[in-house]
Structure formats: structure tokens, C-alpha cells
Design a binder for this molecule. Structure first.
Ligand code: GDP
Length: 612
């Protein structure tokens, strides 16, 4: 119906670009958004900034007003109808969302606190932006905190800077320089936006203050400039719908709804849509298209305004049946008159399927849970780099059934009986169940933190295991007696370590052949209680380490052989190994501690003790 109009693809008919904001916690993302949204009281509701679902829409009139201070000569052209800024700051989940292969966001604002420089989440954000090839600008926020800053509210930043004292200007230059260096270390060329002669090569830095509003006009101008001049081809209307699910929410009176960003095309009440669900594809009809009631009309009964149709770009809530298993981050496809619904179902599920193909083939690994398809993908990418195998993936809050999946690892591979949860809520019952079963749940909003917590936990587990199995972990050694120091209570022998290593706790034995029966007889001398080399106690003596011999003190078992009768200087002494002790050393808790030579020696000792 509207095809003709929509097909009028031209530079004069651009849609609004979509922008998201990200960066380290406390850099001022929320405050910056608030500042951008804030309408001047004198202007009243002018400009028509509208709060949408999960996003704020800035019509071009509002942007013109807000950028007037940096467009005094009126040379700036405005070609886009407006700007849609995604409201949920801080989460990669949204930056990583895609619509039709490319990033859902046309441009991103990476916020850096000018006083702190690059922080951990900044690095993570950069990694993500690059892997998605999302163009971005850097807001160097909190310039008002430069010592001695004189604020001129809502001013253009170049003018504000020019009016600062020499010391403020020097500190500013200094901090900008440091940030540029730090970005260069990440492989990014950057330049203050007003000195940036090559936008394709250099990331633009915009100094801002979310408190005084300085630099905010510059930031908006830059966003409009970059999107309309450098990526207009991405902003042309297509007849095809591009739509992505941001969140799945239960709303009283509406049931389960989905909040979506419509990045291209038109969506209408009654449209047949297809999206990705936890238990397979979902096909349903749009029952209602909703946006929030404007503030001043909040006394109206419903909190939402109903729309017969909506046009990109905007954030909208969709009410429909069968949405309770919908997956955040899923694409949403429109079933047109010529489309096969089944085909679209396959297409929409392929995003999840491609993530499932990353699961460990042997079925060993951690359980991973994230808020959206996008954040799950980011986390899986990272775990793959870190070589952490993944057994199962899920999207949305953690429930008991999710923990139950992880319990299968308790038997198979205890070190993986873990859930790594990124930006999701954990149900109380699930938490209790995990505690009972011994499943560790790690939850964080920063991928690195999850990784750190997990690797520390693995180290802890190994340490516990080593403590538990210390008695069975017998390292191989061969000893020759230099002289007997004390024959009993306790037995102390001066020995020479001929092979391997002698350690505290090692059980010592010798083997004699009974002349009458020709049977092997193992004489257990006891475990090593202490070791002394030159009157100094040590925990371990390796072959060749103690030239003068080691004074080895043994505990006294009830049936300790008598020196001179069952054992004497001519007997070779060994660490007493068993099948069990060998298996213990094969465990990951010890594997790295046993050298190749020691494995060879163990093989010889197996013959000595006739272990199969
Ligand atoms: P977010 O975690 O990135 O969303 O950061 P917020 O917007 O919540 O800001 C964190 C803190 O920094 C708050 O106390 C803000 O008031 C403060 N803040 C944010 N932007 C600025 C700024 O430009 N200047 C100053 N002085 N403080 C700021």
C-alpha cells in the first residue's frame, strides 16, 4: 500500500538515526541523557521531544534549538527528521543488538570521564564497538571538574574553553593528550572533534559536562553531522521492516509485551509478526502498538497511547499473544502477503542457532545466561577467546530449571558446575537451590568481572582439592641411606635423594623378596614428618639439591620394621605409590606439578610395587 512512498529512496527522505550510549559506570551516561532530554522551561514543550518505549525521540526542531549555540552562522544543514536515542545506558546488550546483520545502532556515544581516562568497561565497550563496526564518538565528560572551571551553562565547548584561565586550559590539554595516548594504545586514533580533519580515520572527542550542559550542543551537532553526511545510505527508508526486541516485560492488563526498536519500515496493528522464542519461533499478530502517555496527560486512564501504525525510527511496545517465551535481542520479521511464515521462522531462529553451535561438543562446560541475544553473543565471544567451554546457554532471568542444567556438571566436571550470568536477575528459589546443590552462580554487569570470578573460583577449587587429596598425592622418589640417625621413636634416617623429590607427608617403604617364598614384601617405614638439610627444615628436597644428605624423620606406625632386621643401609627406599596415588597425580589439581621425568620414574616404581 505504502510501497511506492517507501521506495522513494533518496537522500531527501532519510529516517532518524539510532544512537546508543555506553561507557564505564559513573562516567555520566545517565546524566548526559537527562541533560540532552531536558527542555528549556522558557521553551515549554517546544521541540516535541517524546519519551518512547526504551528510547527518547528528538525531532529535528528540538535538535535545532539545542544546537543553535554552535550554529550561530546557520550554516548547518539538517537532513534527518530527528534522532532516536536508546535510553538504557551502560549495557553492551543494546549496542550488540543487530538488525539485519549490522548493528542496530547507527552511531554510539562512548562516555569517558575526563578525570579518570580509560577504565575497564571503556575497554570492553571499545572491543564491542569495533567487533560490530559501530561508528562512535567519545564524550569526554565532566570537564566542569577541571580545577577552576568557570561554567557558562549549555554553551558550545570551544567558546567555553576559550574563556577559561590558562591553567584550566593547560590541564584540559594535558588530560586530552593522556586520553588520546590511552586510546592509541587500544589502536584508535582520536582527535578533538573541531580539529578532526579526517573523520574516517580519527575518532572524534567531544568535551562535555552533563552538569553545566557545556559541550552538549556540540555533541548533538556532531551526531547529526556524522549520521547524515557519512552514513546516509544506512538511513534511507526501505519498504522492508527492520525491528529488534529490546526487552520482554509483563505489564498488568496487557500480559507479556515486547519493547522493540523499529529501525526501518512501518508496523501496523494486526500485522503478522515472527520472532525468536526460547522454545522455538513465535508467530503472532500485533494486538496493540503502544507508546507512553506524555507526562502532562498522565491523568488519562491508560498509561499508553495506542497507534494504528508506527514508522521508523522509534521505540514502541507491542502487545500480542504468545510472547512469554520471546527472546530479548531477537529480530522481529513481518509476514507479508507473499512470505512463507515457515521460512521466516527459520530465518529468525538462525540467530540463536548460530550461538548454540558454539556449545562444547563433548557436553562439558559452564552454563551461560544473559539478558539478550546481543549480550549473550558478546559473552560467548569472550569465553571462546578465554578457552572456557560452554555447556548450555539461556536468555533472561535465572530460574531453578536453569540451575538444574548446571547440576549435571557436578559429576562430569566439577570445575564447570558454574553459572556465568551477565546482566540478568536471579530468582530467589534458584539461588537457594544452587546453594544446596553446590552450584556457584557468578553474576556481573561486566564481562571481565565474570571471567575473573570464574578463574579465581577454579583456583580455589584446585586448592581445596589439593588439601583434600594431599595424603594420596605421592610424588615418586628413590632414596639411598647414608646413615641411620635414630632407629626408633622416631626413626630418623640420613638419606640421599637419588631420583625424584622427597616431600613431607610422603609414605616411605622398601621392598624385599622373601628368600623362602620368593614373594615381594613391602616394608612400610612410615610417613615423612620433617626434613632437615644442614640443620634447616625444608618441605621438599629434589634430586641433587642436598649434597650432604637429608635428615628424614618418619612417624612411627605400630608395625614399623626394626632397623637392622627388616631394613638396613643396603635397602633402597622408595616413596610408596599405589594405583590410587597415581590417579590422584593425574587430576588437574596436580597435573601441572608432575614433570615428565617424574612420570617416567612413576612407571619404574610401578614395577617395584608390582602395580598393574
Ligand atoms: P552513569 O553510571 O554513567 O550513568 O553515571 P551517572 O550519570 O549516574 O553519573 C555518575 C555521577 O557523576 C553522578 O553523581 C553524577 O551527578 C556525576 N556526573 C555525571 N556527569 C557529570 C559531569 O559532567 N560533571 C560532574 N561534576 N559530575 C557529573
Amino acid at each position: 500500500r505504502h510501497k511506492a512512498a517507501l521506495d522513494a529512496r533518496s537522500q531527501d527522505n532519510l529516517r532518524s538515526p539510532i544512537c546508543c550510549i555506553l561507557g564505564h559506570v559513573d562516567t555520566g551516561k545517565t546524566k548526559l541523557l537527562d541533560k540532552v532530554r531536558q527542555t528549556n522551561v522558557q521553551e515549554g514543550e517546544a521541540g516535541g521531544i517524546t519519551q518512547q518505549i526504551g528510547a527518547t525521540y528528538f525531532p529535528i526542531e528540538a535538535i535545532k534549538q539545542k544546537t543553535a549555540v554552535v550554529n550561530k552562522d546557520q550554516t548547518m544543514e539538517y537532513k534527518v527528521p530527528g534522532l532516536l536515542i536508546i535510553d538504557t545506558p551502560g549495557h553492551e546488550s543494546f549496542t550488540n543488538l543487530r538488525s539485519r546483520g549490522s548493528s542496530l545502532c547507527n552511531i554510539a556515544i562512548l562516555v569517558i570521564d575526563i578525570m579518570h581516562g580509560l577504565e575497564q568497561q571503556t575497554l570492553e565497550s571499545i572491543r564491542l564497538l569495533r567487533s560490530r563496526k559501530t561508528p562512535f564518538i567519545v564524550a569526554l565528560n565532566k570537564i566542569d571538574r577541571l580545577y577552576g572551571w568557570e561554567a557558562i551553562p549549555d554553551n558550545g565547548v570551544q567558546d567555553s574553553l576559550a574563556k577559561q584561565s590558562k591553567t584550566v586550559q593547560r590541564e584540559f590539554e594535558d588530560r586530552v593528550q593522556k586520553t588520546k595516548l590511552a586510546l592509541a594504545e587500544q589502536g584508535l586514533n582520536s582527535e578533538l572533534y573541531y580539529k578532526n580533519r579526517n573523520m574516517a580515520r580519527n575518532v572524534s572527542l567531544v568535551p562535555t559536562s552533563a552538569v553545566t550542559g557545556e559541550g552538549v550542543p556540540d555533541m548533538l551537532k556532531l551526531l547529526i553531522d556524522l549520521t547524515q553526511n557519512r552514513m546516509s545510505d544506512k538511513l534511507m527508508y526501505l519498504s522492508e521492516l527492520e525491528c529488534t526486541v529490546l526487552e520482554v516485560k509483563v505489564i498488568e492488563g496487557l500480559g507479556t509485551t515486547i519493547d522493540v526498536v523499529l529501525s526501518n519500515g512501518i508496523l501496523r496493528e494486526g500485522d503478522r509478526i515472527v520472532l525468536c522464542g526460547m522454545n522455538g519461533p513465535i508467530a503472532t499478530n500485533v494486538r496493540a502498538l503502544l507508546t507512553p502517555q506524555p507526562l502532562r496527560e498522565l491523568r488519562v486512564k491508560s498509561a499508553y497511547v495506542h497507534h494504528k501504525e508506527v514508522k521508523a525510527a522509534l521505540g514502541v511496545k507491542i502487545a500480542a499473544n504468545d510472547l512469554d517465551k520471546a527472546i530479548a535481542g531477537s529480530r522481529l520479521l513481518l509476514v507479508g502477503p507473499d512470505d512463507e511464515e515457515e521460512e521466516l521462522m527459520d530465518e529468525v531462529m538462525s540467530d540463536l542457532a548460530s550461538l548454540e553451535s558454539a556449545l562444547d561438543k563433548s557436553g562439558r562446560g559452564v552454563c551461560v545466561q544473559a539478558s539478550t541475544l546481543g549480550s549473550l553473543e558478546a559473552l560467548l565471544d569472550f569465553l571462546k577467546q578465554m578457552k572456557i567451554p560452554v555447556m548450555s546457554i539461556s536468555i533472561g532471568p535465572v530460574f531453578k530449571r536453569d540451575v538444574m542444567k548446571a547440576t549435571t556438571m557436578l559429576e562430569k566436571a566439577r570445575e564447570f558446575a558454574v553459572m556465568l550470568c551477565f546482566d540478568v536477575k536471579i530468582d530467589k528459589e534458584a539461588e537457594e537451590y544452587a546453594e544446596q546443590q553446590g552450584i556457584r552462580i557468578f553474576s556481573a554487569d561486566i564481562i571481565y568481572h565474570l571471567f575473573d570470578a570464574f578463574t579465581n573460583y577454579q583456583k580455589e577449587l584446585l586448592e581445596v582439592k589439593r588439601k583434600e587429596t594431599a595424603a594420596q598425592a605421592v610424588f615418586p622418589c628413590v632414596l639411598h641411606t647414608v646413615k641411620i640417625i635414630n632407629k626408633r621413636n622416631p626413626m630418623i634416617i640420613g638419606v640421599d635423594v637419588s631420583e625424584g623429590s622427597l616431600r613431607i607427608g610422603t609414605p616411605i617403604a622398601t621392598v624385599r623378596i622373601d628368600p623362602a617364598t620368593q614373594m615381594r614384601q613391602v616394608m612400610q617405614l612410615g610417613r615423612v614428618i620433617s626434613l632437615e638439610v644442614n640443620h634447616k627444615s625444608v618441605d621438599i628436597v629434589k634430586k641433587g639439591q642436598a649434597q650432604g644428605g637429608v635428615a628424614m624423620r618418619l612417624d612411627t606406625p605400630a608395625n614399623q620394621p626394626t632397623w637392622g632386621r627388616h631394613v638396613d643401609e643396603t635397602d633402597i627406599l622408595y616413596s610408596e605409590i599405589s594405583r590410587e596415588s597415581i590417579d590422584t597425580l593425574k587430576d588437574p589439581a596436580y597435573r601441572d606439578d608432575v614433570t615428565r621425568d617424574e612420570w617416567l620414574l612413576l612407571r619404574q616404581l610401578k614395577a617395584v610395587f608390582s602395580i598393574a
